[in-house]
Design a binder for this molecule. Sequence first.
Ligand code: WT7
Length: 684
Amino acid sequence: MKATIDHDASSSTSAAPVREAGAAPGLLSGEALERRLEALMHQDRFAPPTRIVTAESVNEASLHARAEHDPDAFWAEQARTLDWDVPFTTVLDDSNPPFYKWFVDGKLNVSYNCLDRHVEAGRGDRVAFHWAGEEGERLAITYADLHRDVQRLANALKDADIGKGDVVGIYLPMIPEVVVAMLACARIGAPHNVVFGGFAPEAVKERMEVSNAKALITVDGARRKGKTAPVKAAVDEVMGDLESLETIVVVRHAGIDVPMTAGRDVFFDEIVANADPICAPEPMEAEHPLFILYSSGSTAKPKGIVHTTGGYLTGVSSTHRHVFDLDPERDVYFCSADVGWVTGHSYIVYGPLCNGATSVMYEGAPDYPHKGIWWELIERYGVSIFYTAPTAIRACMKWGAEHPNAHDLSSLRVLGSVGEPINPKAWLWYHVVVGRERCPIVDTWWQTETGQIMISPLPGLTETKPGSATFPLPGVVADVVDETTGESIEQGQGLLVLKRPWPGMLRTLYGDDERYVETYFSRFGNDTYLVGDAAIRDKEGYLWIVGRIDDVINVSGHRLSTAEVESAIVAHEKVAEAAVVAQSDELTGQAIVAFVTLQGELEGTPEIEGQIRDHVAAQIGKLARPKRILWSDDLPKTRSGKIMRRLLRDIAEGRALGDVTTLRDPTVMAALEQKIVTAQADER
Ligand code: WT7
């Protein structure tokens, strides 16, 4: 893609500029840091720092009060910050619960709101993304650049007979083209279906198949830590025969040769260069689907979560402004997630662009080319808002404070966390080492389904407690309820539910309304959304998310279903049966442990273990590979033949076994405990 090169592009990023410990005055490391963290462990609350200059929006302490008084009016007010081609007159249509509609008679175009209106207002020269490539490449991509490329790609897609309602798959790494691709789809009303680059082509195929994708936008190869993996060739191998797929667009990024099928495959740069430069944004109905994003649930079949246009854009832009106290004129925002997850959709692409923000986008891993790369980027671009995940913070803790300490992080003013509960130690480290005890931390709870942040502190307002996501945002009604009666629990643990529709909520599961109702609304009725997390409400009303109540494992903030991993393992020819459970893990939060029974008389060996792990990587992706495989001749089952995962979890965690009286064959557990060979798998 064409873009302006940063002025200082000549200096290299490859050497790790690690200063001697203690070189920068006032920065803690080693024992002094440990002592400071230990002291803060006893501090149970942190006042919102007054030094943080807040944007006007958040300064208004009345935000909560206004929303509570009239949530519809609050959301309507947020929606009116967007540009509508046809203004809405209805805010929430709840005539057919749980199929809620927002702003239903309004029309707007998402790409117009993310690009054209900024360009038209004379802000075309503003940088949308400072893109940093793995090998030190730098691009400054302005709103005008995106505006130009999105229109051309949108026209090229139209030329390829892709129009409103046609699903377009996107399987790309963290490169500027992924943003262009998403916005080009939005411009013409083609719902995109982005698949995280870390998923295997097999998983991409499944997602393309079930969503009937008409086109796929992918890349020649993906770079990761100095290596290049062929992507297009791998896509061809598994997807060559997918009938619905009429077009494959290939971004030339890694510079490797790729097989191209005439009549189906085209190069991104060529079709963009040949396309008409003007593509008028088509007004879309507010409820027109913007994208589908597959996420793991309780069964082996991933759920196609459907988000629509007006409500989603309202939800993500408004929360991005409020939760991060965004001032688009001054702030530089950096979200370290991948665009392939909902965090990337909502808080790298749609929220920030709709708000006219300047962001940093990094192609690589947090430890490549060195373990200080994030801090180097923060210093280089003067990042003021940083949003990452607890698992990443724990990895940084392990690498040591000398990496952040070696950089000037004084531009930072708000820090965010998302993906899993953040443990107090990681929270404090983030606060002390990264935030230098000046920056509020917003621990943001939400889900692929919610589309937008739901529970979070507001940085200039909320007193925080390390490990608590604090309170629902304005316009959001959350509750902790008894799991059987559904009654509100004033203090203590129960199920987290959402009691009022919100604009960014999922509208259904793609092609499966029934599963939508069944998964989220069958427990407590059509007006109570079942989150799937347990939570505690403390005596001051703070919410503490405990974790999933279903068979979903959260590895490094990524959702995986036990059933999906089991089915991948069982598909291996040597495997007879498998059961997958979560085990707590210091780095990744949870790790996957698989209990595997092999066929016939086969004995478990490190070689078979390796084959099974490779097999899972090929079926789902590397992130789904079990950390440990435990060979077992038999698995504990109830009399009706259901595997008792609870007992397997006890074994995996090394706990005393719970109640075994319902087992069909109680001797299985004894045998299992004896037979366990704990083969510690290599790093993910
Ligand atoms: C699940 C949703 C939202 C983007 C990333 C994950 C857990 C998420 C937090 C948090 C405690 C959290 C929950 C939730 N989760 N954020 N701040 N504190 N838990 O999206 O893959 O849809 O997963 O992640 O268990 O249900 P997702």
